[in-house]
Design a protein around this ligand. Structure first.
Ligand SMILES: C[S@@+](CC[C@H](N)C(=O)[O-])C[C@H]1O[C@@H](n2cnc3c(N)ncnc32)[C@H](O)[C@@H]1O
Length: 303
């Protein structure tokens, strides 16, 4: 399959049911991570031709694919190459005060992971890049070759939750003294060799480089910083009665979403619609590996 076609949206029906519960009509949606437009298309179809959607994505390539997919909806859709950290600016540009449904399906799309040229994955060799927005100043290779050992270790520990972060950082610094680390394969090999063999065996098929790659991706794209900014303004960009769904893929994100939703509920401005996160059914997990770690939470603005 062409890597540009291969993103299967997770928890699709669950998102539609939460953002459009029976009897409710959403007039305006905001898709913060429009990706290839899978969720956006389903929401617009479910809304029986009435709703409009503002979509944004930091990745210009994905945005182009979304544009093509959402073309049949004509003027109901407006797309922006933007980071959702700036959701308020995007809404100001559309002239809308708020939205009835907001979706953020976090992380990367399969198109990005599966394209070796983007450097997100260690399964095929490619330049060590990992930028979703190619205008971002520093890519993964810059971080790996320029950060001090201590900074690297902290980053890998904090964002990758890698208990062998110090060993990995030491191995990276040692390797780069002979030549810069420029490819995904080179980095993956260095990390694999740095992880003790017992841990490699206990990893149950998970590549030992996974956590370090996750950490670098989060750092390059400031993923947690962007999420903080989105969560900060979320109730303000929702109309009263409007709902927000956030799908996260690791505990660092889910913890932030859970706390922010709980805090908004405590102020009486919003209520949590999903006391427990919604997860993918066994059937979905069987056909879409990515869905296994997905957690969906929903908040509704009540005043
Ligand atoms: C999991 S995919 C979304 C897939 C989409 N829901 C679909 O059905 O096709 C995540 C998308 O969010 C984008 N993204 C991640 N962080 C972002 C951010 N802070 N601002 C804007 N887009 C972001 C990525 O470039 C990627 O295209």
């Amino acid at each position: 399959m062409d890597h540009r076609m291969g993103h299967v949206p997770v928890l699709l029906q669950e998102v539609v049911d939460l953002l459009l519960p029976s009897g409710r009509r959403a007039v305006s949606f905001v898709d913060c991570t429009v990706g290839l437009g899978g969720h956006a298309e389903a929401l617009l179809l479910a809304d029986r031709g009435e709703g409009c959607l503002t979509g944004m994505d930091a990745d210009a390539d994905n945005l182009r694919l979304a544009k093509r997919r959402l073309e049949p909806f004509g003027s109901r859709v407006r797309l922006f190459e933007a980071n959702f950290a700036n959701i308020r600016d995007v809404l100001d540009e559309t002239g809308s005060a708020g939205a009835d449904g907001v979706l953020a399906d976090l992380g990367v799309a399969s198109t990005q992971l599966d394209d070796p040229e983007r450097g997100f994955s260690f399964t095929a060799d490619g330049p060590l890049d990992m930028r979703m927005d190619r205008r971002t100043r520093r890519n993964a290779s810059d971080l790996v070759n320029e950060l001090g050992e201590r900074q690297l270790a902290d980053l890998i520990f904090e964002y990758g939750q890698e208990r062998y972060s110090r060993r990995v950082a030491r191995a990276i610094v040692r390797a780069r003294t002979s030549k810069p680390i420029l490819s995904t394969k080179a980095l993956a090999e260095i990390v694999r060799r740095a992880i003790p063999q017992a841990r490699r065996r206990a990893g149950r098929g998970v590549d030992p480089a996974t956590r370090t790659f996750q950490a670098l991706r989060i750092a390059v794209n400031d993923e947690l910083g962007a999420l903080d900014k989105l969560l900060e303004v979320l109730p303000d960009v929702l109309n009263v009665g409007g709902r927000a769904c956030i799908i996260s893929f690791h505990s660092l994100e889910d913890r932030k979403v859970k706390r922010a939703f709980r805090d908004y509920a405590a102020t009486g401005r919003a209520k949590v619609i999903t006391p427990k996160p919604v997860t993918a059914s066994m059937a979905e997990q069987a056909v879409n590996n990515r869905s296994r770690s997905a957690k969906l939470r929903c908040l509704e603005r009540i005043e």
